[in-house]
Design a protein around this ligand. Structure first.
Ligand code: SF4
Length: 328
């Protein structure tokens, strides 16, 4: 049972009740850091016909691409435009090049080197964040990223989405959870900062499944995690299915989701830094659920809920060694 005494500082070194990404970044860089989304024109095996042409059932890449981020512009031009946008507000900002659209390791290693180097050669770029699929990395590519990580901050972010193979099949991912384990192990073996995305509320999964993900993700020993609620977005397979039969998609309302996230955090290893709790598709593309809340509002609500329940990340996690219980 949770104690009524308020913990003063947690094992992640501060008083927030979860191991949050902004604190991690401030500690690492000593100040504000902004990710600049870059579209380098890569595709993915789930779109180009190697595995499928239909894509993952929830995916519409236009839902997470800023306007300045077009593949017909060079990497340098996209960086310049991104910096111009953010520097107006925060002149002391540092930047990471975020290769976000599609699978950003899905190319021949020489071309990847050229693209990553172009970003890193920009004087204001401090590192790379590379979004990809677990079946789109190999030893050669990870060796290249390891080499870059000696001089720059490098994160590889894997789309995990679910830890259950039947769900991965249902959403047309064309990879297994074993592929995730293999990719994460190869990445961590090279001491590369490793992240993951997970969607809560995929069709066929119940609350127990969602909470089981927390333990299985903790076993992976990734460094950062982004949680997303399932969104039904226009132009996706899910949009068609949702129109046919919405009962297939038990979408959360905001209050249910807040409680699920708190339950999930309690079971998540305290060693994993949590970067996001929700995703926000553009208003004109989003079909459901329409919560109308910004990311920072949801973060505040989750922190409030953690406090109300007097709990914290990892409280019920079997990954807590004795020494890492919160200091009371
Ligand atoms: S989610 Fe990623 S892997 Fe799936 S179709 Fe979209 S870009 Fe391809």
């Amino acid at each position: 049972m949770a104690t009524t005494q308020k913990p003063m500082e947690y094992v992640w070194g501060h008083r927030r009740r979860y191991n949050d990404y902004p604190s991690f970044i401030r500690k690492k860089f000593g100040g504000r850091v902004q990710k600049l989304s870059i579209n380098a024109g890569f595709t993915c095996p789930n779109r180009d016909g190697t595995k499928d042409v239909r894509g993952c059932a929830y995916c519409n890449n236009n839902s997470f691409r800023p306007a300045y981020c077009e593949p017909d512009k060079s990497v340098t031009q996209q960086i310049e435009e991104g910096i111009a946008f953010f520097e107006r507000k925060y002149p002391d900002m540092r930047f990471l090049a975020y290769f976000q659209s599609y699978s950003n390791t899905y190319e021949e290693v020489g071309l990847l080197d050229k693209v990553y180097s172009e970003a890193l050669n920009h004087q204001k770029i401090r590192g790379l964040v590379i979004g990809t699929r677990p079946d789109c990395v190999n030893v050669e590519i990870l060796d290249l990223l390891q080499e870059k990580s000696h001089d720059y901050f490098v994160t590889v972010e894997y789309g995990i989405e679910s830890t259950l193979d039947q769900t991965l099949d249902r959403i047309n991912r064309h990879h297994s959870f074993e592929d995730v384990k293999r990719a994460v192990a190869l990445t961590k073996a090279r001491d590369i900062h490793t992240g993951g995305h997970l969607i809560l509320g995929l069709p066929g999964e119940n609350q127990k499944d969602a909470l089981r993900h927390a333990g299985r993700i903790s076993e992976l020993s990734i460094d950062t995690l982004k949680l997303h609620q399932l969104q039904i977005v226009k132009g996706t397979a899910f949009a068609k299915e949702y129109k046919r039969d919405p009962s297939e998609f038990p979408l959360f309302n905001m209050e249910e989701y807040l409680d699920l996230v708190v339950d999930f955090l309690e079971r998540l290893s305290p060693g994993i830094t949590v970067e996001r709790f929700i995703n926000q598709a553009p208003h004109d593309l989003l079909i459901a659920p329409k919560w109308g809340r910004k990311n920072f509002e949801v973060v505040a609500k989750i922190e409030k809920r953690l406090k109300e329940r007097n709990t914290w990340q990892g409280r019920l996690s079997r990954f807590i060694p004795n020494k890492s219980f919160p200091k009371e």
